[in-house]
Design a protein around this ligand. Structure first.
Ligand SMILES: C[S@@+](CC[C@H](N)C(=O)[O-])C[C@H]1O[C@@H](n2cnc3c(N)ncnc32)[C@H](O)[C@@H]1O
Length: 241
């Protein structure tokens, strides 16, 4: 019998925001797999802390690059495709040997998670179960004490990698917004917020719920100071009832 692929949402960073189901699977897994940036521990692996069994096999998947190449560069697609293919093959070897694999993912796996690219490659050949996680945006608006939507407010989730015009058009068309993948996109995001008339109420959250958490108005963040692991929140109309 092959093992089962458990794709496990690890939440936004605070280990106490792990679900009971995630914890149970993490403690039982034969193999624990996770992504990490070169030279870093990996967000999802950091959340897992001491929970994996001492004898669990760890598979560390180190990204060949992160923000160095633009997503629309043909090399990005080709090289990331080859990387995900190799990661899926390493997991498949363990599943074939009957070992259960917990593939850790920051936040929720099916919400912009890298683990989806492995899930897509393995889902048809192996038993699988996915555990939802508290999303980064949920952790961030809670950390900022910012109720994000009331009543019939419309929320729009935007990757900061969109161009300025598209960001601005989307911001103008919604009441509340979450802008992910900030990093070096911050100056462009700020211009779009200004043009859409929401810069003043926009809040910047860096490493939400984690030890290095920073919360401040977008206006107070230097252009080159935002890491990739940050987001911008625009609250909705906040109409009282
Ligand atoms: C590839 S997406 C992963 C999203 C994740 N699967 C989730 O459910 O939140 C990475 C982006 O998520 C955002 N993010 C996730 N967790 C965050 C946190 N704790 N603090 C700030 N940003 C976070 C950042 O904008 C980052 O660029």
């Amino acid at each position: 019998m092959p093992g089962t692929l458990h794709t496990v949402g690890m939440g936004p960073g605070d280990p106490e925001l792990l679900t009971l189901k995630a914890l149970r699977l993490l403690r039982a897994a034969d193999v624990v797999a996770y992504f990490a940036k070169r030279g870093r521990a990996g967000h999802a692996r950091t959340v897992a802390g001491e929970w994996p069994r001492a004898e669990a096999i760890e598979l560390r998947f180190e990204y060949p690059f992160t923000t160095e190449l633009a997503v629309d560069d043909p090399r990005y697609l080709a090289e990331m495709g080859a990387f995900y293919e190799a990661c899926a093959a390493r997991i498949a070897d363990h599943l074939d040997a009957g070992r259960d694999v917990a593939l850790l993912c920051e936040g929720d796996p099916f919400f912009y998670g890298s683990s989806m690219y492995l899930f897509d490659r393995l889902r048809h050949d192996y038993p699988h179960e996915t555990v939802p996680g508290v999303t980064g945006m949920s952790g961030c608006w809670t950390a900022a004490s910012m109720p994000i939507t009331h009543g019939d407010d419309v929320l729009c989730v935007l990757p900061g990698t969109l161009d300025e015009d598209r960001l601005c058009a989307r911001l103008q068309a919604c009441d509340a917004a979450v802008i992910m993948k900030v990093g070096r996109n911050l100056p462009k995001i700020r211009r779009a917020l200004r043009r859409a008339g929401c810069e003043e109420r926009a809040m910047y959250v860096e490493r939400g719920t984690q030890s290095g958490q920073r919360l401040l108005p977008v206006a107070g963040v230097a252009d080159d100071a935002a890491p990739y692991f940050s987001m911008v929140l625009v609250p909705g109309r906040q109409r009282p009832r």
